[in-house]
Every structure is written in structure tokens, then in C-alpha cells.
Design a protein around this ligand. Structure first.
Ligand code: DCP
Ligand code: MG
Length: 368
């Protein structure tokens, strides 16, 4: 009777690390609405409702067919009442009035603008909103505001940074990063991680994981030169420290949230037509690009790679699965078996999945 006979809703795991989620999303109109709801709850610091909608979005992203009636979501995990109401309305009306209300909500609109600035999160947005600020124009005009250095560059390069990064730009930056790193560490392993490793064609930044086989001499690596801005976070890793149990584990690696100046000669038609003479000074021949450089010890490379490849939801579910199903603690550095009281070493992502008793999931199937 069903159009996809091989599909059984009750067999869909509540953990995205037991599902395969490619970028081919048949249910975008539902998942977009859920993600708007989740973001609004994030802005309200309501983590429970936020996660509820992110989990629901993630489940619908793995379905091999578009949902067209309520029966299609019957038996699926993570379909709470709030979620079902929205699915029902989208099926009947084509859109969700609740998601639409959020998009028109003044607080949501302000937070959306504020958090689009590099260095501005929910806390800063809350502060600005309470001060009566509503738009970025008002923020820029408010001269009494004390902005961090990160926020100042965030505003300075705002237009470049909100325009997404393409795969071609990621590859171009990859060549620069490799060349630069290898002048210091000839044997270094430099891997493109984040969304691009999962096969995405665009992203908000470019994530690289850097490690050096052999003795540790990578401390001076994060130096300036080609960087427009670089906020270096020193490594705070303590040997034999237990993995973190937080939902979104921040790691202790030395890392650098940088803005890179990517030169890309381009012809600006407007200045060409206006002056006939080609004035190079008028043409901006570079683009500011957000780059995350993460340096990790060689022994932790597999864990760091798994963590930094994401998606965020995939990582959350891996940690939740480890904790609740296996009595293990996973983070970007290590996996700890609480029953055996030992750290489980891994030289590859495949080995980490095996330690957890999970089938291997390829990077492009982790778009949960
Ligand atoms: N990550 C992490 N610890 C952090 C920050 C990120 O483990 N402190 C992980 C989760 C993300 C991945 O790294 O999936 C990359 O982070 P991004 O925010 O860059 O997310 P994506 O690359 O997946 O998406 P985008 O295209 O928006 O960059
Ligand atoms: Mg990224």
C-alpha cells in the first residue's frame, strides 16, 4: 500500500548516528519550519524545546520520501504534539502559521540580525535588545556600546561574511592554508572538516583540522600574516581528563577563529562603465572569509575529526547515544568507558564507530 515498501517508520532510530542523512532532503518545507522554531527557542534560551524541534527536523531529513499525510510520520521518533501540529498545518495549508509568526516577531528579527555578526551570540543580543536596540544600523550608531575586537571586525567585514562561502573558495583557501602550514610543519595533516567534508556546496565558514605526526612542535603555528583577524584560543587540554558530558561539547584544542583575506581578482562592471578607464584602486579584489583552524595532538586526530565534521545534531546524538546506550563519554578528544574505566584509543573514525557498536556512517551521510 505504501509507496516506499522497504521503509518502516518504527525502525527509524531516535539517534541520528544510527541513521543515514544525506543532503537530499525531501521534507525541506517541514524542516525549515522546525528550524525556525528551534532558533526562536534558542534565542529564548529554552534548550529543551529547541532540541525537540532540531531532533524532529533531523528525523524528517532522513526520510526517503516527502511527507504528504499524517500517516507518513506515524511511528517515527521525536514527533511530539507541537511537531505534529505543525506538520498537520503544513500538509493542509502549505505553510505553518506558527513559524510565520516567529519570522514576523520583532524580538526574533532583531536577534537574527544581531547573531549574524561574527562574535555576537544570544547573550550579547539579549543585552542589546534590552537596551532598546532593534537593528544593526541602530547598533552601529550607538557609540556608547563597548564592542569586542571580534565584534568590531564582524561589523567591518559584515557584507563579505554574511555572503556564503562556496566550495571553490573553500578549496582555494585550503591550498593557502596547506602551503602556509607546511612551511612550518612539512609533514602536517590538514583536513577540510565541517559542512564541506559532508559534501555541502556552501557554508558560513571553512573549518580545518591540523595535526602533526611525531613530536609536538606545533605551538607557534597560529601566527598572523595572511590573516585579517585572528582570535587565538590557547589549548587548555589536561592530560587524562574525562570527556565532557555537555550537550554541545566545546573542546580544549588550540584553535583560531580567523578571518582570511582571499584575493580573487574580479571585474567590477560599474566602475568600468562609469569611468571608461579601469581604475584598479576602486575594485576590491579580495573577500573576507571566516576560517576555523583547529590544532590537535596526533593521538586525538580521529576524535577531533569526528567532532569537527559534524553535523552539530549528529555530534549531539553520538554523545547522547554513547552516554545512554553504552555508558561511555564521548567528546572531541576521547571516548571513555565508564564501566571499564578506560579510554578507548582510535586511529580512525571507523574505529570510534566500532567502539560504540555503531555501523559506520560516511561523512556525507551525517547531514542530520
Ligand atoms: N564543532 C565542535 N566544537 C565547536 C564548534 C564546532 O565540535 N566548538 C563542530 C560541530 C560542527 C562542526 O564542528 O558540525 C563545524 O562547525 P560549523 O559551525 O562550522 O558548522 P558546519 O561546518 O557544519 O556548517 P556551516 O556550513 O554553517 O559552517
Ligand atoms: Mg563550517
Amino acid at each position: 500500500e505504501s509507496e516506499v515498501p522497504s521503509f518502516t517508520a518504527s525502525k527509524v532510530s531516535q539517534y541520528s548516528c544510527q541513521r543515514k542523512t544525506t543532503l537530499n532532503n525531501f521534507n525541506k518545507k517541514f524542516t525549515d519550519a522546525f528550524e525556525i522554531m528551534a532558533e526562536n527557542y534558542e534565542f529564548k534560551e529554552n534548550e529543551m524545546f529547541c532540541l525537540e524541534f532540531l531532533r524532529a527536523a533531523s528525523v524528517l531529513k532522513c526520510l526517503p520520501f516527502p511527507v504528504v499525510r499524517m500517516k507518513d510520520i506515524q511511528g517515527l521518533p521525536c514527533m511530539g504534539d507541537q511537531v505534529r501540529d505543525i506538520v498537520e498545518e503544513i500538509i493542509e495549508e502549505g505553510e505553518s502559521s506558527r513559524a510565520k509568526d516567529v519570522l514576523n516577531d520583532e524580538r526574533y528579527k532583531s536577534f537574527k540580525q544581531f547573531t549574524s555578526v561574527f562574535g555576537v551570540g544570544v547573550k550579547t543580543s539579549e543585552k542589546w535588545y534590552r537596551m532598546g536596540l532593534r537593528t544593526l544600523e541602530e547598533v552601529k550608531a550607538e557609540k556608547t556600546l563597548k564592542l569586542s575586537k571580534m565584534q568590531r571586525v564582524g561589523l567591518l567585514y559584515y557584507e563579505d561574511l554574511v555572503s556564503c562561502v562556496s566550495k571553490a573558495e573553500a578549496d582555494a583557501v585550503g591550498l593557502i592554508v596547506k602551503k602556509t602550514v607546511r612551511t612550518f610543519l612539512p609533514d602536517a595533516l590538514i583536513t577540510l572538516t565541517g559542512g564541506f567534508r559532508r559534501g555541502k556546496k556552501i557554508g558560513h565558514d571553512i573549518d580545518f583540522l591540523i595535526t602533526n605526526p611525531g613530536p609536538r612542535e606545533d605551538d607557534d603555528l597560529l601566527h598572523k600574516g595572511l590573516l585579517l583577524y585572528c582570535d587565538i584560543i590557547e589549548s587548555t587540554f589536561v592530560k587524562d581528563q574525562l570527556p565532557s558530558r555537555k550537550v554541545d561539547a566545546m573542546d580544549n584544542f588550540q584553535k583560531c577563529f580567523a578571518i582570511l583575506k582571499l584575493y580573487q581578482p574580479r571585474v567590477d562592471n560599474r566602475s568600468y562603465n562609469a569611468s571608461k578607464e579601469f581604475d584598479m584602486a576602486e575594485v576590491k579584489d579580495w573577500k573576507a572569509i571566516r576560517v576555523d583552524l583547529v590544532i590537535c595532538p596526533f593521538e586525538q586526530y580521529a576524535y577531533a575529526l569526528l567532532g569537527w565534521t559534524g553535523s552539530r545534531q549528529f555530534g549531539r546524538d553520538l554523545r547522547r547515544f554513547a552516554n545512554h546506550e553504552k555508558k561511555m563519554i564521548l567528546d572531541n578528544h576521547a571516548l571513555y568507558d565508564k564501566r571499564k574505566r578506560i579510554f578507548l584509543k582510535a586511529g580512525s573514525e571507523e574505529e570510534i564507530f566500532a567502539h560504540l557498536g555503531l555501523d559506520y556512517v560516511e561523512p556525507w551521510e551525517r547531514n542530520a
